[in-house]
Design a protein around this ligand. Structure first.
Ligand code: FES
Length: 195
């Protein structure tokens, strides 16, 4: 299946929680589950871009250096349920690493909580009052309080059982990510345990 472009990213809002809502592909393309090409050229460090693929929100987060550093924090790692990504919640071993991504900078995730399917909130702020002094940034699900770090790795002692899925993707160029297929057109039918 051919990929459809999502090239009109627009609508930058906010400073505390940078976020871009992109143009969406056509309904026919979404229904078919075709891969989509996402232009990441305007994504600033710390910003989150949301697109839609197979009717699900897909996040692309351009992580800052300091955000990447948090992923190696021993205090964080001991609070995670599956810090080594042992459960098959990612499409390939190419993203089984500290960052859960092909390039450390860009995180690609399905933005659906693995508990009961709510959409978590991007919370890049450090130690906010509502999330506590140990919070280093991540994703917080408002429905029942599940927490994920900035690689989508789930915390222990929350309702969600699994890390957020990393869907198939690859780089078409340095500024275009194709979501929905791995390098060479592979993994187009991949599904995680939960999403
Ligand atoms: S749906 Fe996210 S914590 Fe329940």
């Amino acid at each position: 299946m051919g990929a459809t472009g999502v090239l009109g990213a627009a609508g930058l809002v906010g400073v505390a929680v940078p976020f871009i809502q992109s143009m969406e592909p056509s309904a026919a393309v979404k229904a078919a589950g075709a891969a989509i090409d996402v232009d990441i050229s305007k994504l600033e460090p710390g910003q989150l871009l949301t697109v839609s693929w197979r009717g699900r929100p897909i996040w692309i987060l351009r992580r800052t250096r300091s955000q990447l550093k948090t992923l190696e924090d021993p205090g964080l790692i001991k609070r995670l349920r599956d810090p080594q990504s042992r459960e098959p919640q990612q499409f390939s071993n190419v993203v089984v690493n500290t960052w859960r991504s092909i390039k450390p900078e860009h995180l690609v995730l399905v933005g659906i909580c693995t508990h009961l399917g709510c959409v978590p909130t991007y919370r890049p702020d450090i130690a906010p009052p509502d999330l506590g002094p140990h919070w280093l940034g991540g994703f917080f699900c408002p429905c029942h309080g599940s927490r994920y770090d900035l690689a989508g790795r789930v915390y222990k002692d929350v309702p969600a059982p699994l890390n957020l899925p990393v869907p198939p993707y690859h780089y078409v160029s340095s500024t275009i990510i194709r979501v929905g297929e791995a390098e060479g057109g592979k993994e187009t039918n991949w599904s995680p345990i939960a999403w």
